[in-house]
Design a protein around this ligand. Structure first.
Ligand SMILES: Cc1ncc(COP(=O)(O)O)c(C=O)c1O
Length: 398
């Protein structure tokens, strides 16, 4: 049987049986999510915290499953802040992201945001002015884009090279001067998020070591004592070789050793991961509608498309999947065996591809293609209204 939890398989077949039309659906395995995230959090060294980057998947049942397990939520917009606060009035929240509106900063001042991650000197000035007008105290981290000797090796880079994210190191002195002129906004530390899709634990440790060494230098240079260092998210999912995922246990063991070198510092080390927490709990299920050949190529046309599940198009990769065979094989549906097939959706664009020329042992109309790792940056990053198709069914297994 394919490597899909039994409950997800049952859920997919049940939905298929309930639907008069062929199925497309998102299925989320909440017990699996809890188990996965509890393991991640428990393995962290004691001075570390795990926040969840809600942008990866802000669905309420997902947040409800995560809230008791993580140390808090990271939000990146006023919309995410309102959503989280409406449903979780007491969960610790941190607020990052470039181009924050004044209204969003104002909102943050009244919504008990533990830390705002300040992205520029102008944003810092705006926040200081607002805090003074409102007479509200606010703690902040300065997000710094460190110039790295070695460019981060992943495909999605937010730092180490020129980007719109965070401030350059040379801005720190001016930021501290701005802060020293007022009494409402207080610096608690620094924030770094240099990349997503990190699959190499050793490289990630080296990067974190660089952050910590640099903060120690800044503390001396600027006569500061900070207590928070946010090392961002960015732990990747290996979509191409799903059996070889980021070695979280090995990484945490290395981090534990690394942190011993800084035992004299009162730092809390905070992660704000998205993909690594929720990608694995989500499945996009698409029923095979048609199978046809053109020249030497075979195509499996599935219900739905990349307007529901944009991840393969956004990452330009072949998304991993399993096939659940049609339980009712009585029809005269065409079957193909042992050949490469391109799995596509129903959109009128050649870009609507889930996986290109992948070898398939067997495929038949009515089979369910189950795309794994669809729990992060999937439904919520998709252009959902394209072609006015109905939205996929949604099932949260609990
Ligand atoms: C500032 C910041 N923090 C955290 C994240 C979460 O990243 P990931 O889902 O790769 O862990 C992102 C994603 O873009 C980000 O920009």
């Amino acid at each position: 049987m394919p490597d899909i939890p039994n409950a997800v398989q049952r859920g997919a077949y049940d939905l298929q049986a309930q639907n008069s039309d062929p199925l497309c659906a998102y299925i989320y395995d909440l017990p699996g999510l809890r188990h996965h995230v509890a393991g991640i959090v428990q393995t962290l060294p004691t001075q570390c915290e795990m926040f969840y980057a809600t942008k990866a998947n802000p669905a309420l049942p997902v947040l409800q499953a995560l809230a008791p397990l993580v140390h808090g939520f990271e939000v990146a917009s006023g919309g995410e802040l309102d959503w989280v606060r409406r449903h979780f009035p007491d969960v610790p929240v941190i607020f990052g992201g470039p181009g924050k509106l004044e209204s969003e900063l104002d909102n943050a001042l009244t919504q008990q945001v533990e830390l705002i991650h300040v992205e520029s000197l102008l944003e810092l000035r705006r926040l200081c002015d607002l805090a003074a007008q409102r007479e509200k105290r606010q703690d902040v981290l300065l997000r710094i884009n460190l110039a790295l000797e070695e460019t981060p090796s992943t495909r999605l880079t937010m730092g180490g090279v020129p980007t719109p994210f965070g401030m350059e190191e040379r801005c720190i002195a001016e930021a501290l001067a701005i802060l020293s002129e007022q009494g409402w906004v207080r610096i608690r530390g620094f924030h770094f998020h240099m990349m997503s899709h990190q699959l190499d634990g050793h490289r990630h440790l080296t990067l974190i070591e660089r952050y910590l060494d640099t903060v120690r230098i800044w503390e001396q240079q600027f006569g500061l004592t900070v207590d928070q260092i946010n090392v961002g998210g960015g732990i990747g999912i290996n979509y191409l070789e799903p059996t070889q995922q980021f070695d979280w246990a090995g990484f945490c063991a290395g981090l534990n050793e690394l942190l011993k070198r800084y035992h004299d510092r009162p730092w809390r080390i905070r992660f704000e991961c998205g993909r690594a927490l929720t990608a694995a709990c989500g499945y996009y299920v698409a029923e095979v509608l048609d199978i046809k050949s053109c020249g030497n190529d075979w195509f499996g046309i599935c219900r739905g498309g990349t307007h529901h599940f944009r991840t393969p198009a956004a990452q330009a990769h072949n998304h991993p999947f399993c096939i659940l065979p049609d339980v009712d094989e009585s029809g005269a549906a065409p079957r193909i065996v042992e050949r490469p097939v391109t799995l596509v959706g129903q959109l009128c664009t050649p870009k609507d591809v889930f996986a290109r020329e992948v070898h398939i042992p067997s495929l038949m109309v009515g089979d369910l293609v189950v795309f794994q790792y669809a729990g992060a940056y999937a439904w919520n990053i998709s252009h959902q209204e394209f072609l006015m198709h109905p939205h996929p069914r949604e099932l949260f297994i609990d």
